[in-house]
Design a protein around this ligand. Structure first.
Ligand SMILES: Nc1ncnc2c1ncn2[C@@H]1O[C@H](COP(=O)(O)OP(=O)(O)OP(=O)(O)O)[C@@H](O)[C@H]1O
Ligand SMILES: [Mg+2]
Length: 254
């Protein structure tokens, strides 16, 4: 078994009385692609934000490369951030910046790369995700949803991060564009040798990009395994989720 990149133990996070994470245990090995599935509002985005240090967990431990990040000071947090890339749910591109400035954001802001060099680098990464150099000077608002996802992906990988988070990378895309983005995720993560944590509702996408799948339910990881194991599981929660059935142990609160 290869070395641990991220190790989450007994992680808790509540907002007021609402308990979102209730003892999450999860480990990602170096270079592995893990997909977290789970219903809307189960805390998938909160989990990623805790790992990134954007939210402070109430208790528990998150080790990255063996180092504790819960309670880390600003300097340690900044060092951690520089290892990470993120494709946000909904893209979250800055409309006040051009496409290339969005892609080069981490290079300009964190790495202090000169603008000219950063633009050349951004155009190289845009090509990598299948976008021509002439989109570089456009505003994100001038692009289609699928192109915006590509730009978000380019931004996530531009700093060559060791860890990449993808939050709903294929939501809202047609099936073909979703497949293209899946391939790009695999290529870019494997190409960088990065450890990838993806959140998705899209089971086709999960099957394609996952080395391992974990299901979050009621604040805990209730199942984890490979795609092969997913196909053989008799776990009623997992079966209900992957079959998209309204009947089963998972009750949707309306
Ligand atoms: N900053 C916050 N303040 C208060 N509550 C929050 C905050 N962030 C998330 N929550 C709550 O935590 C719960 C989990 O939210 P989260 O965004 O992690 O869900 P999710 O699993 O990513 O759902 P979806 O699949 O719809 O994106 C929700 O009930 C949400 O309202
Ligand atoms: Mg979410």
């Amino acid at each position: 078994m290869s070395e641990s990149k991220i190790k989450i133990s007994n992680l808790h996070k509540a907002f007021g009385k609402k308990v979102v994470l209730d003892g999450v245990n999860l480990e990602l090995r170096k270079g592995e692609s893990l997909v977290v599935i789970g219903g809307s509002g189960t805390g998938k985005s909160v989990l990623i934000k805790c790992i990134q240090g954007l939210l402070t967990p109430d208790s528990g431990s998150i080790l990255i490369d063996g180092e504790e990040t819960v309670g880390a000071d600003r300097e340690q947090q900044a060092a951690l951030h520089s290892k990470m890339g993120m494709l946000f749910q909904g893209g979250a591109l800055f409309d006040s910046l051009t496409v290339w400035e969005n892609v080069a954001f981490g290079l300009l802001e964190n790495q202090k790369m000169p603008r000219k060099q950063a633009k050349t680098e951004a155009i190289r990464v845009l090509r990598q995700v299948g976008l021509a150099p002439d989109v570089a000077d456009l505003s994100p608002s001038e692009l289609s949803g699928g192109m915006q996802k590509r730009v978000s992906l380019a931004r996530a990988i531009a700093t060559k991060p060791e860890i990449i988070f993808f939050d709903e990378p294929t939501t809202g895309l047609d099936p073909i564009m979703a497949a293209v983005i899946n391939d790009l995720i695999i290529e870019s993560a494997k190409g960088l040798g990065a450890t990838a944590l993806t959140i998705t509702h899209d089971m086709a996408s999960a099957r394609k990009i996952a080395d391992r799948i974990a299901m979050l339910y009621k604040g805990k990881i209730i199942w984890e395994g490979t795609v092969k194991e997913l196909d053989k599981t008799d776990n009623p929660y997992v079966l209900q989720f992957i079959n998209g059935s309204s009947q089963g142990p998972i009750k949707v609160e309306i």
